[in-house]
Design a protein around this ligand. Structure first.
Ligand code: XBP
Ligand code: MG
Length: 273
């Protein structure tokens, strides 16, 4: 869908060959972007797993905020052991312990969300439905475990919502987690699209680095844990996409609307980079 137009920022007619183009696909991060899952979801599931193994480890909201600098639950637990010099860090069976702890944590997380669905962030469902209605493809690029994506989407959007996404790239499907770009390269390959035909949505500096590392224009919706992150290189930084009665708080003044809708995305995505 392309239209020739005036420069949306200066009003000057665009050169004949410059047209606004809507991305062919939106690629969404999950944790912190689709929903605020970290503090009341993943963190609680980790603490339940530690207790289930009789370990006196406990991740407070504050400690968890520090540990989120490391993506991937298994990697985060290993970082925790080494950074706190805990005795288990030298256990010969540490890999097994971490794998078993993470399996229990994932079961806990799935159970938590089945009992109390974590709502999608303001405007996410609206944006997903608008994109679907306009033929824009949807994909997911996340560090979290595939089961966690399933339980979040099915409880927030219903059982057919997984089918809204052409590609779900999650967890260990790639060797290196964010901020490495691997998961975005994987999703682009599976979509059969180039980075310039897509738009990424992220919530954290690690996620932005990963998306930009794959050449993707990226919109950031920051949250409780990532408010102090460096979002240099983002097309736009918001608190959330916004919806009726709960407008976005825009951290850059370009949007000139009270919510991130397809017209705003077309303007932003067409901005000379
Ligand atoms: C966020 C992560 C994940 C979750 C925990 O993923 O880094 O590791 O914190 O999930 P993203 P797991 O922001 O890329 O969606 O324990 O399954 O890793
Ligand atoms: Mg995230």
């Amino acid at each position: 869908m392309t239209v020739s137009d005036r420069n949306p920022y200066t009003g000057v007619p665009l050169a004949p060959d410059r047209t606004r183009t809507m991305p062919e696909a939106f690629i969404f991060d999950v944790d912190g972007t689709l929903a605020d899952t970290e503090r009341d979801g993943h963190r609680v599931a980790f603490n339940q797993a530690f207790a289930g193994f009789g370990l006196d480890w406990y991740w407070s909201e504050e400690t968890y905020g520090e540990l989120l600098a490391v993506t991937g639950g298994k990697e985060r637990m290993r970082h925790y052991l080494h950074s706190r010099k805990l005795p288990q860090r030298h256990d010969p069976g540490l890999d097994r312990l971490i794998a078993d702890l993470h399996a229990l944590k994932t079961r806990n997380y799935v159970e938590l969300l089945e009992q109390n669905a974590i709502p999608l962030r303001p405007g996410i469902e609206r944006l997903l439905r608008e994109a679907r209605g306009s033929g824009i493809r949807l994909a997911i690029a996340t560090t979290t475990t595939p089961q966690n994506v399933t339980v979040l989407l099915e409880n927030a959007l219903g059982t057919d919502s997984l089918g809204w996404f052409d590609v779900i790239g999650a967890g260990d499907v790639v060797p290196r987690k964010k901020p490495a770009p691997d998961i975005y390269h994987y999703v682009l390959r599976e979509l059969g699209l180039g980075a310039d035909a897509c738009l990424a949505f992220e919530d954290s500096a690690n996620g932005l680095i990963a998306a930009r590392g794959a050449g993707l224009p990226t919109i950031v919706t920051r949250n409780f844990y990532t408010a102090a992150d460096d979002f240099s290189g983002a097309l736009l930084v918001l608190d959330h996409p916004g919806e009726r009665g709960n407008p976005s708080r825009i951290l850059q003044k370009d949007l000139r609307r009270d919510c991130l809708d397809l017209d705003a995305i077309e303007r932003i995505a067409s901005r000379p980079r």
